[in-house]
Design a protein around this ligand. Structure first.
Ligand SMILES: [Zn+2]
Length: 508
């Protein structure tokens, strides 16, 4: 019997199987399945592989590669596990050890997730080079295959390989190699990506442990809002939280991940601050926590604190999580006051005090707002000088250019009014003075993409992609999954479009 290669640090099981094929000189996917699973119908699952018990039994006991170690060190399950109910987590572990037939994808919320799925397996060129030097071969790492993590913490932006995450040949395991992972230079990562990567890395390194309950998450988020000054008269100020999340991460970035925050009463951000009835994704948790917790927060410590939560709201039990040093707060306040007195708000932000502003924005928001209002009122007369008519014309010209530039990109985020405005240079001024900009208003009313239109665009994108893969059959469920949509979220117009498409495909 051939020995299965030992997994490298952070290597996906998928990658271990692919390497086994290379080591043993087996190029036929079915023969590889025969060799490893003695079953030719096993699918090559990238995120949540099955039959972990069988894989674990192939290693000598001395390596310590038991089922739980393989699942927590070599699959993406730990990214989801702490946010699932405990009995769901246990059920998923059982499925992963045996056969789940896709049930883990459903139970973790991965299948119906609103997060934009990755189309291609990704890699960090510099890490690959280091792997080759150290181990003599390449392998796929977990941290590269996570929506929201677009960069390596050490080297820069990740690169798409030419291997699709949804491989049309579902029994094939494809190895990382120079043919699929072309060496290229890396650009600097975005701040958002680094923040997500840091916390995702911590999640991936967490050990198997009991998950918090939904009521503990509910209590935690109420206290989080309270500690961030976003609760008044016992009510969470959802609009204020929304403004802060958008200011911290930016709308285009949130939209690009499928996490747009619309004005509906049931948008995901409002729901996470209400009674939890379902699990939220790692990315939703990280986005909210990073916005409202102090700068040095860590997701593992935060999950520990959530688990200590009593289900009735007890503010005293949690204070340690939110403690901010009074001395630190005071030093930032003094620094900002000096700067703002001498330079005014905008100048201070752009003249070496941006870090101070950002810190206060996140940790002492109520004070910062009150202080800034005081200073803003003294300089309002300056605004008289803006020529709104000319500003209006210029803005519309920029918007038209933006539209022309993006309209052929089918996988762009939703072209909502917010997206258009936030792509402009002076987005906040434009948004606040829309009533003085009639042409801009007309443009936004005419060209902003509705949710129906956006859903139809996503479906069209996938129909074209499926066409280019030479597939004649399209299943409704597959099409929806590829487009990142679910039956429940379909708008009436999208539903009609989808029905017509399915009808046409059947007639063909
Ligand atoms: Zn790297």
């Amino acid at each position: 019997m051939n020995l299965l290669p030992t997994p490298y640090p952070d290597e996906l099981i998928y990658s271990v199987i692919a390497r086994a094929g290379v080591h043993w000189g087996i190029s036929s996917p079915k023969q590889l399945l025969d060799e490893i699973y003695e079953d030719r119908n096993v699918s090559s699952r990238l995120y949540f592989p099955n039959h972990i018990t069988l894989i674990s039994n192939k290693y000598p006991k001395v390596l310590g590669l038991d089922q739980e170690t393989l699942i927590y060190k070599h699959t993406l399950f730990p990214l989801y596990a702490p946010f699932l109910l405990e009995h769901t987590r246990q059920q998923c572990l059982m499925w992963l050890c045996g056969s789940s037939k896709g049930a883990v994808h459903l139970a973790t919320g991965h299948a119906a997730s609103r997060l934009s799925p990755l189309i291609y397996l990704r890699y960090c060129p510099t890490c690959l080079f280091k792997q080759l030097k150290r181990y003599g071969e390449y392998y796929w790492q977990r941290i590269w295959q996570i929506t929201g993590v677009d960069s390596c913490l050490e080297h820069g932006l990740l690169t798409n390989s030419i291997i699709k995450t949804q491989n049309p040949r579902k029994h094939q395991f494809v190895e990382a190699c120079p043919r699929y992972c072309i060496h290229c230079s890396q650009t600097k990562p975005t701040q958002q990506s680094l923040l997500i990567a840091k916390q995702a890395q911590i999640l991936l390194n967490m050990r198997s442990m009991v998950s918090p309950s939904f009521s503990q998450w509910t209590s935690f988020y109420y206290l989080l809002a309270q500690s961030a000054g976003a609760v008044r008269k016992n009510r969470i100020q959802h609009e204020e939280v929304k403004d802060r999340v958008i200011a911290f991460w930016s709308l285009p970035w949130l939209n690009s991940l499928g996490l747009d925050i619309n004005s509906s009463d049931t948008n995901w951000l409002r729901c996470i601050f209400r009674k939890h009835r379902r699990a939220f994704s790692y990315l939703q948790h990280i986005i909210v926590m990073a916005t409202l917790l102090p700068l040095d927060w860590r997701i593992d410590k935060t999950i520990d604190a959530v688990k200590k939560q009593k289900t009735t709201l007890d503010t005293h039990s949690n204070t340690t999580l939110f403690v901010r040093s009074a001395k630190l707060v005071s030093s930032y306040r003094v620094r900002w006051l000096r700067a703002v007195k001498a330079l005014g708000i905008e100048n201070a932000r752009h003249s070496g005090f941006g870090d101070c502003y950002a810190w206060l924005y996140r940790n002492d928001n109520a004070w910062l707002r009150a202080t800034n209002i005081e200073f803003r009122s003294t300089v309002t007369s300056v605004n008289q000088r803006v020529n709104w008519k000319s500003r209006d014309k210029k803005t519309v010209r920029t918007l038209i250019r933006l539209k022309n530039c993006h309209e052929a990109t089918l996988d762009a985020p939703r072209w909502s009014a917010n997206w258009y405005i936030s792509s402009l240079k002076r987005s906040v001024t434009i948004e606040k003075n829309l009533e003085k900009l009639p042409l801009t208003q007309m443009f936004l009313a005419r060209f902003s993409e509705s949710i129906d239109e956006y859903q139809i665009r996503r479906l069209s994108r996938e129909i074209i992609a499926i066409g280019s893969e030479n597939k004649n059959l399209i299943y409704r469920s597959v099409l929806l999954r590829r487009a990142g949509l679910s039956e429940e979220r379909l708008k009436p117009l999208t539903r009609k479009f989808l029905c017509q498409i399915m009808e046409i495909r059947c007639r063909d």
